[in-house]
Ligand binder design. Structure first.
Ligand code: NCD
Length: 358
């Protein structure tokens, strides 16, 4: 049985197949209207969401399936102290597939190790958000026609923005992609993403604080919100929240065929006036997300019906050194054994949240 916990759980060929499947669903929706008849999707959202949860639910309904939904930790047994492992075991008795959003990094991975049905990570803390990346890949595929050779600007909160981390992972597996990482100095891409993804794949990238300077070089501009809920210090958020605002004036600096993406929700980092620009792709991006989630649900349910093995390496169990990331699921999950991943250069990362341990 397969799960989708991180975007790298799928090979490039598998991602391309999902894109093709989503495009087929877009072209022939009636052919899929009964594809999940008798199947139930459980959406467990322990953090706020509009698009991700509703697009999952719309996806399941459009496949003829049904939906069970938990929103907010306060309305579920998590508020009574139930572990993620126990929740996953129980939901497996009622549903056929789980989509989980959780503030703790690694929670969906723990769920997948305890569930007897496929688990999809719908966003874990500041770590990753692979189904947003599926939406992003379909958007780029449809609007740019290819991935190879693109110059992709990522702008805003690159430290806590989980969509950015997953997108960097995905695009680093296509040849010739160049990244321009545009952020305040306090919100740059985490070291583990730079070293273990960008450097490990030999990707070309530059870091800058200057959006105007970067704009004329870009084929894709991926704007992001400053992630207020991840800041330990509210004053730091106030200081950084208006770092970048994309306006029609700035759009005049960009290529005529550049596309503007944003995972949404937007706060004020894209002026509403930009919405009328044909290069603004962010609302179409949200629509593509539903079709990719339909393709993903079909793919994972098919894996559960066959004896397909999950290729994920779980990492070595180790008690030698615990993860220090305050948002890691290891902090709260009862009796969860620490697991380590070893990079080629000998550094050790937590297998749940990927934070560097030593
Ligand atoms: C993103 C998320 O939840 O990480 N939203 C989404 O899923 N579309 C981006 C964000 O919240 O800024």
């Amino acid at each position: 049985m397969r799960h989708l916990i991180d975007i790298q759980d799928f090979t490039v060929e598998e991602l391309d197949a999902l894109i093709a499947s989503a495009e087929n669903i877009m072209d022939h929706p009636a052919a899929y209207a009964d594809a999940c008849r008798t199947k139930k999707l459980a959406t467990l959202f322990f953090e706020p969401s509009t698009r991700t949860r509703l697009s999952f639910e719309a996806a399941m309904y459009e496949l003829g399936g049904q939906v069970l939904s938990v929103t907010g930790a306060e309305s579920s047994s998590a508020s009574k102290g139930e572990s993620v492992a126990d929740t996953a075991k129980i939901i497996s008795l009622y549903a056929d597939i789980i989509a989980m959003r959780h503030p703790q990094e690694g929670a969906p991975l723990v769920a997948s190790q305890n569930a007897s049905i496929p688990v999809i990570n719908a966003g874990d803390g500041g770590h990753s958000h692979p189904t947003q990346t599926l939406a992003d890949l379909l958007t780029i595929h449809r609007e740019c026609g290819h991935f190879e050779g693109l110059t992709v600007g990522l702008c805003g909160d690159l430290k806590y923005g989980r969509t950015v981390h997953s997108l960097i992972h995905a695009l680093s597996r296509y040849t010739g992609v160049r990244f321009v990482l545009i952020s305040p100095k306090e919100l740059t891409v985490p070291e583990y993403v730079k070293r273990d993804v960008l450097d490990a794949h030999g990707m070309a990238y530059t870091e800058t604080t200057d959006l105007n300077e970067a704009l004329p070089t870009l084929d894709v501009l991926y704007m992001t919100r400053i992630q207020r809920e991840r800041f330990a210090d509210p004053n730091e958020y106030e200081r950084l929240k208006d770092s970048y605002v994309l306006t029609s004036g700035k759009m005049a600096l960009a290529k005529a065929d550049m596309i503007v993406m944003h995972p949404l929700p937007r706060v004020n980092e894209i002026s509403v006036a930009v919405d009328a620009d044909p290069r603004a792709s962010y609302f179409r991006q949200a629509m593509y997300g539903k079709y990719m989630r339909m393709a993903l649900i079909l793919r994972l349910l098919a894996s559960a019906a066959s004896d397909e093995a999950d290729p994920r390496q779980l990492g070595e169990i180790s008690d030698s050194c615990r993860c220090r990331n305050p948002r890691c699921i290891l902090r709260t999950e009862q009796e969860l054994a620490p697991r380590h991943l070893r990079s080629d250069d000998g550094r050790i990362r937590c297998a749940f949240c990927e934070a560097q341990i030593y």
